[in-house]
Structure formats: C-alpha cells, structure tokens
Design a binder for this molecule. Structure first.
Ligand SMILES: [Mg+2]
Length: 236
C-alpha cells in the first residue's frame, strides 16, 4: 500500500527538545545576575519564532535569539564574557551526543524490511547531517532530506523527486504542525507519535481531533503495528 515511508528525526527517533530546555535553563541562570524584569522564556520564544524566516530552525538560530533577547532584557549591559558563554552553549548543544529513543532502532529495522525509508528533518544542514551520521541509523534509510521548513510545498517537492503519489506515502513524526498536518492536507498518511516535550511553536490545537488518514500511537515501538493495521484495513 505504501511506496515510501518517511520518519522525522528530532524527538521522533532521538532526544532533542530536552537539549533546548537545558539551553533555556542556562539562559535564565546567566541572566539572573542582571536582575532583569519580564518573562524571560516567553520573550525568548517570541524572538525565536520571529527569527525563523531569517535564521531558520536549529541551535544557531536559538542562540542568536538568546543573544538578541539578552541584549534587550539587559538594555545592552550583557557582558562580552556572557555573550561568549552563549556561543559556548551553542557549541555544546551542537556537539551533544545523539541519544536514541528506546525502540527507535528496532522500529526502523522492522519497517525498513518491508518499505523503503527516508528521513525528513528540518533545521541546520551541518548539524542534522552530523546527527544522522552519529545516530547509527543511517543504514535503514535510502535517503536523508534536510529541509528548512516542513510545509505542504516541501512534501510535494520531496514526493515529486522520489516519484511517489501522496496516497502511497506515509510520514511518522512527533510534530502535528510539521510532520502530520501538511502530509494529511497533501493526501498522504501520517502516524503521530507525541512527545512529552514539544516546542510551543509546534503545538497545534485540534478541536476536531486528527484529520482523516492520520493515526496516533503512544510510542515509536508501536509504529510498525500501526502501519500494518492501516495497510490491512485501509489498503486496496
Ligand atoms: Mg520532531
């Protein structure tokens, strides 16, 4: 029933958001010596989201937004030493070890034995390629797609390139906004694997529940069974 199955990477196959939480903790700590006023986390989020069209997603964008927010909140008093600490934080985040979720590898082993797989991840090219190399999961995928955003247009381009009809494509991921809704709108299938930590920007409220052709499982280990169930009940 499927000609191609794609997985998201960050917070679908390996930990990611908790690294950003560590980065936010570090940022609050750093600003504590400046007695700044205002909701630090909210201001940082707003700056980061405002910067997406210019800097894209990822660690570099995050830390540039931290620097911008720190300059604003301290009215320019932030020291060169502390700016350097934020640049160090970026390096630390960029070189953090890739930690796979339990069952991620066995899931890919199972699904790749029946379907061709690709990985579709958004963010910084160098960082995403590095994580892919380090993950030990490379062998399960036929292709890596690093994109700057995940819109309907992005998925249309990828499917066109791989000559796959949307109705024969399925995407697995943890972000409704990026992994599930655009694929559903294009006419594809999606399996949503929610993660407890999700960045505010990716949160979408769905009063009507998931769209047609979208399914939810509790954890990545249940994905192979769900794919087979969809193929059995909805295929043909
Ligand atoms: Mg993700």
């Amino acid at each position: 029933m499927f000609d191609l199955i794609a997985f998201d990477a960050d917070d679908t196959l390996w930990h990611n958001e908790r690294l950003y939480q560590m980065g936010r903790d570090r940022f609050r700590e750093l600003l504590s010596s400046y007695s700044v006023q205002g909701p630090i986390d909210e201001l940082l989020d707003q700056t980061e989201i405002r910067n997406i069209p210019f800097f894209g997603y990822g660690v570099k964008s995050f830390v540039l937004s931290q620097i911008e927010t720190a300059v604003k909140l301290t009215a320019g008093r932030i020291s060169g030493h502390d700016v350097t600490a934020l640049v160090e934080l970026a390096r630390e985040m960029l070189t953090a070890e890739v930690e796979l979720f339990d069952e991620a590898e066995q899931t890919l082993a199972q699904v790749s034995s029946r379907y061709p797989l690709i990985l579709i991840t958004k963010g910084d090219l160098l960082h995403q390629q590095t994580k892919f190399e380090q993950s030990g999961l490379k062998g399960y995928f036929q292709h890596l797609e690093v994109v700057s955003g995940k819109t309907i247009g992005t998925y249309r381009t990828i499917l066109h390139k791989h000559r796959v009809e949307p109705s024969r494509f399925l995407m697995v991921g943890n972000a409704l906004r990026s992994d599930i809704l655009p694929v559903a709108e294009l006419g594809g299938w999606a399996v949503y694997v929610p993660h407890e930590l999700t960045w505010l920007y990716e949160e979408v409220h769905l009063p009507e529940g998931l769209p047609d052709r979208c399914f939810e499982v509790e954890r990545i280990g249940l994905v192979p069974e769900m794919i087979e169930r969809i193929a059995r009940e909805r295929g043909g």
